[in-house]
Design a protein around this ligand. Structure first.
Ligand code: ADP
Ligand code: MG
Length: 238
């Protein structure tokens, strides 16, 4: 569905992505893990076409994304920090997005998270007055609203209360079962462990490994994802 070939990206002298290649397939939840500054957000932004790599290619369903725009309507992107116009109400924001998408076909609208997060109760609140967690809920609801084939979620559970985080994780699993591709970053490995099918590990811009969660646990004989990753990284550095 999304294939990345030999991607290179530098900011000045700093090499941020160093020859990254990976195939991301529908029905998988791929966790993008790595230390701060390892290139995770740059990788995501490259897929979204917001960062132009110097070398390499990214294909969506076999077509080069460079200078292409249409593929983006298939992607729901939840940024790490959502920024909304401050004075707009939640309802106005959602309506505005529907207008921009020109989505007359309401069959394809997915309002499940709006319901589950009970956002209708606070529809008339202005987004500038919302707490961080509530902003995250609105941002998540917006990301899933147009029923995209690909979901890219950058630290989606940060700031969410446990019940809301659970709702979001269940939603991710539900969408995966429909054959969607989910790419997720999180520092909360227990969250990753619950939803991810695969882990891709970036270190200083290099893709160190891509493995299924079972494979990771089997190879390292560890039960926790955290310990399994630490073990693999230690073995690599020997
Ligand atoms: P991560 O998301 O894994 O924490 P990033 O992809 O955000 O890492 O950043 C990787 C490195 O690239 C960092 O050292 C960061 O400072 C640098 N970087 C990211 N974006 C830019 C930019 N627009 N200009 C200059 N340096 C950047
Ligand atoms: Mg980041």
């Amino acid at each position: 569905m999304i294939s990345v070939h030999n991607l290179h990206k530098s900011f000045g002298k700093l090499k941020v992505l160093d020859n990254v290649s990976i195939n991301l397939e529908p029905g998988n939840v791929v966790a993008l893990i790595g230390p701060n500054g390892s290139g995770k957000t740059t990788f995501i932004r490259s897929i979204l076409g917001m960062v132009k790599p110097e070398q390499g290619s990214i294909l969506y369903d076999g077509e080069e994304i460079l200078n292409a725009w249409k593929y983006r309507k298939n992607i729901g992107y939840m940024p790490q920090l959502a920024k909304f116009p401050e004075r707009i109400q939640i309802k106005e924001l959602l309506d505005m997005m529907k207008d921009i998408r020109n989505n007359n076909n309401t069959d394809h609208i997915d309002e499940e998270l709006i319901e589950l997060f009970d956002l209708k109760k606070i529809y008339h609140k202005r987004t500038g007055t919302l707490s961080g967690g509530t902003k995250q809920k609105v941002s998540a609801a917006l990301t899933f609203l147009f029923n995209p084939k690909v979901l890219i979620l950058d630290e989606p559970t940060t700031g969410l209360d446990p019940v809301s985080a659970e709702i979001l994780k269940n939603k991710i699993t539900k969408e995966q079962a429909k054959g969607k591709l989910v790419l997720i970053t999180s520092h909360i490995l227990s969250d990753i462990e619950e939803v991810a099918s695969h882990v891709m590990y970036l270190h200083e811009g290099k893709l160190e490994f891509v493995k299924s969660i079972e494979q990771l646990k089997m190879e390292t004989k560890e039960i926790s994802l955290n310990k399994a990753i630490v073990k693999i990284m230690q073995q690599k550095n020997k």
